[in-house]
Design a protein around this ligand. Structure first.
Ligand code: FMN
Length: 394
């Protein structure tokens, strides 16, 4: 139990008034801020002995009130689950750019976790949290077992994939085909909710071919919400289950943000994150007027530097905000060294860094070094150093 939940339980067990509970909880979960609030009050009194007690009290109360504000929804900005892309190396890299963004694992099927090498799929660096484990599956018991594993491993949330259109997963009743089976999804969600204390969420499409009416979508959300899912990540296009590849299914069916917005209106008690085709922080801020969160996939991967302003601009919270790409790449160099000491290869990590040069004169050379030259050398770390040189000071 965290200090905050302990304080809340303590306050509630003593029958306190809600504002007392909130204050105790606020102080327990913001001990650092509370101490600096006390210190600023003391400073004012020492440095400005003539300032009235009333003024000092007002200043301190404002600071305290700000401190007790509910923190912004942690899923305000999320980096999408992406098979082969959002692995632990990419997520570590993203975390250097944003301290608060919600990160997602690649989809892991229940079969792979139960019968395969669970640590290989689940291990992550503690800095990656808040981190969501995305599961693919539809057997309630297996989902519960895997959700439990995810919670034990330290993930912040479990997400169920109901959006992947690939034939391979369809044959195993995984992904977007489940949109035609709301009760089955609900049973899986309920089993996971019963198994873990962390939130269970669902990422889905707005329909699939042959089942793409708004009524069917609303029925899906309603059924799954009744099973205990309070947060839906909506990839705002349908999936065509026959005839389109997964890649085509991310581009060809048109985006329908209006439908996602209708869901948010019709289910005001639930949280909705919008996903699909979002490319800038300006667009994120606009969508956040209508949604609880936004999720970026391809743009976050292709142009990761945009994430360095996420903390300040979308959460209103201080973050890392690195000044130069070189700073981030040097931090990644240390990470790569650690990865290699544990038997990994430089290219496992560097392949995810190509996008950081986007839009710079040296970008082509940078990409060439990291996508071609680095594979032809015996000293890949030296090639990485050359690539850092290309972006020196940028
Ligand atoms: C390479 C790649 C792999 C993906 N793998 C997954 C996945 O494992 N689970 C999932 O729910 N979505 C997956 N997606 C879909 C993304 O999460 C996201 O829904 C989609 O790309 C639309 O968002 P975007 O337009 O911001 O990229 C993948 C997308 C890409 C490009």
């Amino acid at each position: 139990m965290s200090a905050a939940s302990f304080a809340k339980a303590l306050a509630l067990s003593h029958g306190s008034k809600p504002w007392v509970t909130k204050m105790i909880t606020g102080v327990a979960s913001n001990t650092g801020a509370f101490l600096s609030w006390l210190k600023s009050g003391a400073d004012i009194c020492v440095r400005h002995p003539k300032r009235t007690v009333l003024q000092s009290a007002l200043f301190c109360s404002l600071m305290f009130a700000a401190m007790l504000q509910d923190p912004p929804f942690s899923g305000r900005f999320a980096v999408a689950p992406m098979l082969d892309w959002s692995d632990r190396h990419f997520r570590y890299f993203v975390r250097l750019l944003s301290k608060h963004a919600m990160l997602y694992s690649e989809m892991v099927t229940t079969g792979a976790l139960i019968h395969g090498d669970a640590p290989r799929h689940l291990d992550f660096d503690p800095s990656e949290n808040p981190l969501v484990l995305q599961l693919g599956g539809s057997n309630a018991q297996e989902l519960a077992q895997c959700a439990r594993l995810g919670e034990q491993w330290g993930y912040s949330e479990i997400n169920l994939n109901v959006g992947c259109p690939s034939d391979r997963v369809q044959n195993n009743m995984i992904g977007a085909c489940l949109m035609a089976h709301p009760q089955r999804v609900a049973d899986g969600v309920k089993a996971m909710r019963d198994a873990v204390d962390i939130p269970v969420t669902v990422k889905h499409r707005i329909g699939i071919n042959g089942r793409d009416s708004y009524e069917e979508l609303a029925d899906f959300v309603d059924t799954v919400a009744n099973a205990g899912c309070g947060h839906f990540i909506v990839h705002a296009r349908i999936a065509i289950l026959e005839g389109l590849s997964p890649k085509e299914n991310r581009d060809i069916p048109p985006l329908r943000y209006d439908i996602a917005r209708q869901l948010r209106k019709d289910f005001p008690a639930l949280q909705f994150t919008l996903n699909g085709g979002i490319k800038t922080l300006e667009a994120c801020a606009e969508h956040l007027e209508h949604f609880d969160g936004v999720m970026l996939g391809r743009e976050a991967y292709a142009n990761p530097w945009l994430m360095r302003e996420v903390d300040e601009r979308l959460y209103g919270l201080p973050g890392h905000n690195p000044q130069t790409r070189t700073e981030v790449l040097l931090a990644m160099r240390e990470y790569i060294e650690r990865h290699c000491q544990q038997g990994g290869k430089v290219v496992h990590v560097t392949r995810h860094l190509l996008g950081i040069a986007q839009g710079f004169p040296g970008a082509r050379r940078f990409r060439q070094l990291l996508s071609a030259d680095i594979h032809r050398t015996d000293s890949p770390l030296q090639v990485f150093d050359q690539a850092i040189e290309v972006l020196q000071g940028r």
